[in-house]
Design a protein around this ligand. Structure first.
Ligand SMILES: [Mn+2]
Length: 340
């Protein structure tokens, strides 16, 4: 149906990658619905181009620029910036019904049957099951509802600081009013639940239709070697099921990374895949040739003052420190330690 759509949100290039994988997973499972991505103004041009190849509609939402009620709401509650961007999905009134999905979700089968449900349908949150998890929900775009939600935001704020608190406050009878609005947990299976109730996961997990990578560490925070299918990095967070993570990386490295390469062209970028990092750096080294060593020392000392978080951001913006910390020699050394 042309007037029904899956909608997601990406406010930066990392979440954009999640959105790319989500969109690809929906296409792979032959959805008949439209795909819409709401993006923040920070999403880079090449990422926008890839999203446009996967999604029917990519819409830049800049609440700061909007000059309307959303902007006013934002001025009263500046801490809810991303939330206001998400609530923007209610303004997509050229669709009669939508399913919102977080960019850190991925579908494992066709889920078009969710459009048989009514607003607001969602699955229980594993942390507090009388609240719904706002990573996957069915809604009806409406300017009126959007206005009421914004008003609710300014009056009550969010009890958890994000959209889930607001939506649970606004649709407050979800837990008790209508059981048909309770989506089965398999439509929003968070990896956290696997560890909190393993026997249930063993019993029902095989039927999972949507996996939600809840928690701090997202799939794109890892590093993947497409040859060996090894996922590495992020020791602190074991809450992700390895099979789901591998599904994500297989789709990302096979279907999304080639598109990113096409859109970035000569511009370097950090794909997160070991072999791509390697070949990009080789290309750069052969181009830059001799000028490398003369700058290497100064650059190296400069980059040591940068935190690893800053450095990661630089990578993602395509500003790798090729002459210093991210030089071929250093990356080669790192790769060698993995290969041992
Ligand atoms: Mn999420």
């Amino acid at each position: 149906m042309a007037d029904q759509a899956f909608v997601t949100l990406a406010t930066n290039d990392n979440y954009a990658r999640g959105a790319m994988v989500l969109g690809k997973s929906l296409r792979k499972h032959n959805t008949t619905k439209k795909l819409v991505a709401l993006i923040g103004p920070q999403v880079s041009e090449p990422s926008q181009s890839v999203l446009k190849r996967i999604y029917d509609e990519v819409r830049v939402v800049d609440v700061l620029d909007s000059g309307d009620t959303a902007h006013l709401a934002m001025m009263k509650r500046p801490e809810l910036g991303v939330t206001f961007t998400k609530l923007h999905c209610w303004t997509l009134t050229h669709y009669s019904k939508c399913v919102f999905m977080d960019a850190d979700t991925m579908v494992l089968s066709n889920i078009d049957e969710l459009f048989d449900r009514e607003e607001l349908s969602a699955a229980p949150d594993p942390g507090w099951p009388d609240c719904f998890n706002s990573g996957v929900f069915v809604f009806r775009p409406s300017v009126e509802t959007h206005g009421k939600l914004l008003q609710y935001c300014t009056e009550h704020g969010s009890f958890d600081g994000g959209d889930q608190g607001i939506l649970n406050g606004f649709f407050s009878n979800w837990a008790t009013a209508d059981i048909s609005k309770h989506l089965p947990f398999i439509y929003n299976l968070s990896s956290i639940a696997i560890y909190t109730y393993l026997p249930a996961f063993k019993q029902y997990g095989g039927n999972a239709k949507v996996v939600h990578f809840l928690g701090k560490t997202k799939p794109w925070d890892y590093t993947f070697d497409p040859k060996t299918k090894q996922i590495s990095g992020s020791e602190q967070d074991a809450a992700t099921h390895p099979t789901f993570l591998l599904n994500w990386w297989t789709l990302y490295s096979g279907d999304v990374v080639p598109m990113l390469h096409e859109e970035y062209g000569e511009q370097p970028f950090h794909s997160g895949c070991v072999e791509f990092q390697h070949s990009e750096t080789v290309t750069f080294e052969s181009e830059q040739g001799e000028s490398r060593s003369s700058h290497a020392h100064a650059q190296a000392s400069q980059s040591q003052q940068m935190s690893s978080e800053e450095r990661k951001q630089k990578w993602e913006q395509g500003q790798a420190d090729y002459l210093g910390m991210d030089s071929f020699d250093n990356i080669q050394r790192k790769l060698d330690t993995f290969l041992k």
